[in-house]
Design a protein around this ligand. Structure first.
Ligand code: BTN
Length: 322
């Protein structure tokens, strides 16, 4: 969005004269007028009153790199390399490209206002309309073997659930392995992809989080979904604040996982398990039984009436598409 800086100035909902906007942005009044016209064409509602100036009528929730950075804890701030984009094919793919080009030694984090080819698990597309939701990816590196990836997938689910709870969202549930549910519908999804050549002892992954924030309608989604605006319409959500909270929580959890393993996450995952005690059928293998929670590595347990059957938490694509 070309007019992002302008909309940032108008975000307070007050009138601003063309002259003051022009001087703040260091451009001409004609350039301001052109940007106002373009933003209006893109659906942003702006009131224009001669002698008073311009006033934003639409409820805009801009993604602002500065605000995201301010919301990071000092420890996280010094460790991440944040990129905020207006548009990208997929933030997961962008992390792969950035890591391939250079390695600053910091954790790359990419957030986009919209994705043109957002991807979900099992090759499904991920709805990524402009200005609506949060599309966020982190490039993480671990020392260890690939076996840790199953646990990581669940750890990220716990991290997202805890970030949402810190933001005041009550009743967040986890659907194995790591879908985030609210009120019986999917609110967020996590895609963990392995990057690079298989090098023993070092595991590089891209962790992508899609969180529905303002979305009220979507076509082509084949499951029941929700958004924060739908679930909590009285709250005014800031995607920048949510993004900072997610990054803080993910990095804290990932540090704990790297140093202590999955042990501290089992009960935190289990307390949010939406399958617990429910009658379940596995999509393959004809397995049926009641949800019994997870074991100490993140496998799901199904009580089939005779024994506890373990289902492996292995829903991870092994290669990142370029
Ligand atoms: C799922 O299917 O539940 C996982 C959805 C993951 C979507 C996120 S949005 C940010 C990142 N970029 C992508 O292309 N996908 C992930």
């Amino acid at each position: 969005m070309k007019s992002k800086a302008l909309l940032g100035l108008l975000a307070d909902g007050q009138f601003h004269s063309g002259e003051s906007l022009a001087s703040s942005l260091g451009i001409s009044r004609t350039a301001i007028w052109k940007q106002i016209r373009r933003a209006s064409e893109e659906g942003v509602r702006i009131e224009t009153i001669r002698g008073k100036g311009y006033r934003l009528l639409s409820d805009m929730d801009l993604l602002e790199a500065e605000r995201i950075t301010q919301g990071l804890t000092p420890g996280c701030r010094s460790r991440v390399e944040l990129t905020v984009l207006d548009e990208v094919d997929s933030t997961n793919a962008e992390i792969v490209r950035r890591r391939t080009r250079s390695d600053s030694g910091r954790i790359p984090v990419c957030i986009a206002d919209c994705q043109t080819a957002g991807r979900g698990r099992r090759g499904r597309p991920w709805q990524s309309p402009q200005g609506q939701n949060l599309y966020l990816s982190l490039g993480l590196t671990f020392r260890g073997s690939f076996a840790m990836l199953d646990g990581l997938s669940l750890v990220l689910g716990v991290a997202v659930a805890e970030a949402l709870e810190q933001q005041g969202v009550a009743g967040v549930g986890l659907k194995w392995p790591n879908d985030i549910f609210l009120g019986g519908s999917k609110l967020a999804g996590i895609l963990v992809e392995l990057q690079g050549e298989l090098e023993e002892g070092v595991v590089q992954v891209v962790a992508g989080i899609g969180l529905n924030v303002h979305m009220k309608e979507a076509t082509g989604v084949d499951q029941s979904w929700s958004s924060l605006d739908i679930a909590m319409p009285e709250r005014r959500w800031s995607r920048s604040e949510l993004a900072a909270s997610l990054v803080n929580s993910v990095l804290d959890s990932v540090d704990e996982f790297a140093s202590q393993g999955f042990v501290g996450f089992r009960s935190r995952w289990q307390s949010r398990d939406i399958f617990s005690g429910k009658a379940l059928v596995a999509s393959q293998g004809g397995l049926a039984g009641n949800g019994y929670g997870i074991d100490d590595t993140g496998n799901y347990l199904i009580d089939d009436g005779k024994e506890l059957v373990r289902v492996r938490a292995g829903e991870i694509s092994l290669r990142v598409r370029p």
